[in-house]
Design a protein around this ligand. Structure first.
Ligand code: SF4
Length: 390
């Protein structure tokens, strides 16, 4: 919390309109939204409330598996609000960003979630919502009454039609923060200029300009239109960042704060900070946490779960490993412990349990059950056992 206060104080003093400022590795003109401040700390739960959407943007980043009525809290598939609250606690969340698909296709669901979050974590739990819909006055009122703190409009295909303009203006009449969030598509000067001019005229609270990105789903559509990647290590579209920074420069004197959100910032700041928060709650006594918020452990993969009790006994008796430093996952046929034991176990344990142990490895893993493994150091790998599996 101390860091948050310090950060907010810094923001107040340094982030002026008319001037491009570096902010958490990104570039801003004026003060970013409250929702962005919490995102930067990794303190926002990302709630994907439905994958359904009736719009068909060629650049849509949503994966095929998510284009259904499914819900995710961060990376976890969920089915109810209790599971979302559990995930919020896992990252010590200070707020939630509600996204989709088109979230407002499930308006009642959004309202139920917001009310539950506020009840569980208090009124200060910051809720923001993305929408591509030109919402009616009634829908806006309902969201506002539920306690939504910030609403971000995404005009589909960046077309700011009459209904969308009206809806944004109606949103502005309510006491919450209203902004626009769009991808920065290179060579789209006129459209971007129209959006910023409108936002400035109606005194929106912010515009978020996202670096345009390739995903598995939009890859072909973007290539067809002649876009290419910025460099080999990035999914960002070439030219998007340059165009975004030129836009910041050109419109720095406008009345609306601008925030350029780069794809590297999303990974290196938002995701990293969220992982660090989660890892602190998720890590077992034997896990180490990396600077990126990944957990490091030794993992013993066994051929079948019947051998687990005798291997665990050997860990305790032959290697003096404390009970607390051992975790068994029978369903995954794994035993985990501190990584520092891996080398030693590789030599002795594999000899004693030749027929039972498939491999011993040191892994770096996203901080949740079954999390993505970013690094794997195989200490031993018994190929004969491996081939017998399944
Ligand atoms: S509005 Fe959003 S979710 Fe819907 S198609 Fe466009 S980018 Fe995808």
């Amino acid at each position: 919390m101390f860091n948050l206060i310090l950060f907010i104080i810094e923001s107040e003093f340094q982030l002026e309109m008319g001037k491009i400022t570096k902010w958490y590795g990104d570039k801003v003109v004026g003060k970013p939204s409250k929702g962005c401040e919490f995102c930067a700390l990794g303190a926002k739960l990302v709630l994907f409330i439905t994958g359904e959407c009736s719009t068909n943007c060629f650049y849509c980043p949503i994966s095929k598996e998510r284009r259904l009525d499914v819900q995710f809290a961060d990376e976890q598939l969920i089915s109810n609000v209790e599971e979302a609250i559990h995930e919020a606690k896992q990252i010590s969340a200070l707020g939630v960003g509600i996204t989709g698909g088109e979230p407002t296709l499930k308006l009642d669901r959004i309202i139920r979630y917001i009310l539950s979050f506020k009840r569980e974590f208090g009124e200060d739990f910051h809720c923001h919502l993305y929408t591509s819909n030109a919402l009616s006055k009634d829908a806006l009122q309902k969201l506002h009454q539920a306690g939504l703190d910030e609403i971000r409009f995404h005009p589909p295909l960046l077309i700011l039609g009459k209904n969308m303009k009206e809806s944004i203006q109606n949103a502005k009449d309510l006491d919450w923060d209203v902004g626009i969030e769009i991808p920065v598509i290179p060579n789209n000067e006129e459209t971007l200029e129209e959006i910023i001019t409108f936002a400035s005229k109606v005194r929106l609270d912010f515009i978020n300009l996202n670096e345009f990105e390739f995903t598995e789903t939009n890859f072909h559509f973007l290539r067809e239109r002649g876009f290419s990647v910025k460099d080999r290590s990035s999914a960002a579209v070439k030219g998007s960042e340059t165009f975004a920074l030129e836009t910041l420069k050109k419109f720095r004197k406008s009345a609306v704060p601008l925030h350029y959100c780069s794809s590297s910032y999303k990974d290196k700041v938002q995701l990293r900070n969220r992982f660090i928060r989660r890892a602190k709650n998720y890590a077992k006594p034997f896990d180490e946490i990396t600077e990126e918020g990944l957990i490091v452990r030794a993992r013993i993969n066994v051929k079948n779960s019947q051998s687990i009790p005798s291997i665990v006994q050997a860990l305790k008796e032959d290697h003096n490993i404390d009970d607390q430093l051992i975790e068994v996952k029978k369903e995954d046929k794994t035993i985990s412990t501190h990584w520092k034991y891996a080398e030693k176990l590789g030599k002795s344990l594999s000899r004693k349990f030749t027929k039972d142990i498939v491999s011993i490895e040191i892994i770096h893993q996203y901080p949740y059950d079954g999390g993505f493994i970013t690094y794997l150091n195989p200490i031993i790998h018994n190929k004969n056992q491996d081939s017998e599996i399944g």
